[in-house]
Design a protein around this ligand. Structure first.
Ligand SMILES: [Mn+2]
Length: 326
């Protein structure tokens, strides 16, 4: 049995390392597996946390996955994620997005059956595909690929595909509904604050849903503060973002430095060694990393390598469309 995550670029690889470290810190007894896209450079550092790092290049495979991708080039990242079903050396797995963070031991999830997941905060009759229990099977994998290339995805990503495929989740078997505390998104905190105050302390997994990910912020190691946060956000809820950065700076960054030397990382991490840097100085805040130029992004898009979880996310595309309509 194994926890499985997916990193399609270097930023998600850092998220995956924080997730893997958080699972280890809470003494998981299961294996840790990372699926990585072919462009992820940080495989060595990943290998020091994960038991298995598997490179998935749907583009280069001659199999049914590649054929499916040629039919639906818009679903590149989705096909990469569906690859988790091919991990048949494990009898059961828990998939976790690289933008999740574990707050306590969750090995009990392996008692659940496929497909178990928590409700999505935006449409609770759909499950959120950031955390789910599944049974690896080449047969299921091929069925999923076939389904995906025939029907596409109603939301452009894996969550739409998986909800259409496992379409009895909402009604058939309540034991496949994971409690919300296994996939708590910050969106839900603000949309139902009294419930968060009542139940939030039981949270076991935090999911940094949305466009802005922890690695888009920057961190003042000296003061132990995440920059660019509104001052009252910490009063509303435990500072999950700060927890992510503390784990990143204490456990992941040393691994990256060991693997690559002291070359600066484009993560927004800044080390401040004196207090002379005043807060008004914008230079002390590192802007979010620019991953690709728009020309490079266009080329990647045309090659079927969309960054659906990042630059090419639906929200970004929608914003672009809106700018034309106004
Ligand atoms: Mn996610």
């Amino acid at each position: 049995m194994a926890f499985v995550t997916l990193a399609t670029n270097d930023n998600y690889a850092r998220g995956a390392m924080v997730l893997g470290q958080s699972l280890q810190n809470h003494n998981t007894t299961r294996k840790l597996v990372a699926l990585v896209g072919p462009h992820v450079a940080e495989q060595d550092a990943l290998r020091s946390i994960f038991d298995e790092v598997r490179v998935v290049d749907v583009m280069d495979s001659g199999d049914v996955a590649h054929l499916s991708l040629m039919k639906r080039p818009d679903l590149g990242v989705t096909f990469t994620k569906l690859h988790c079903w091919t991990l048949t050396q494990y009898s059961k797995c828990v998939f976790m997005d690289a933008d999740t963070l574990v707050l306590s031991n969750i090995d009990e999830l392996f008692e659940r059956e496929e497909l178990s997941a928590a409700p999505d905060p935006g449409w609770p009759d759909c499950f959120n595909s950031g955390v789910f229990v599944f049974t690896p099977s080449n047969e299921t994998h091929e069925k999923l690929l076939g389904f995906c290339s025939e029907n596409g995805s109603f939301d452009g990503g894996d969550q739409g595909v998986l909800n259409s495929f496992f379409n009895t989740w909402a009604t058939a078997d309540i034991s496949k509904h994971l409690p919300f505390i296994y996939n708590l998104s910050s969106i839900a905190i603000y949309s139902y604050l009294p419930a968060f105050k009542q139940y939030g302390h039981d949270a076991k997994v935090v999911h940094f849903l949305g466009k802005v990910k922890p690695w888009h912020h920057s961190y003042d190691a000296q003061r132990g503060e995440v920059r660019g946060q509104s001052p009252d956000s910490c009063q509303l809820h435990p500072d999950y973002l700060l927890m992510w950065w503390q784990l990143y700076s204490t456990s992941v960054l040393p691994l990256l430095q060991r693997a690559y030397g002291d070359t600066p990382f484009n993560t927004g991490y800044t080390e401040v060694d004196d207090d002379n840097v005043s807060q008004e100085q914008p230079a002390s805040v590192t802007p979010p990393p620019q991953k690709f130029s728009s020309e490079e992004r266009k080329q990647r898009w045309e090659a079927g390598q969309m960054d659906y979880m990042g630059d090419d996310s639906f929200a970004n595309i929608e914003r672009k469309l809106d700018s034309f309509l106004k």
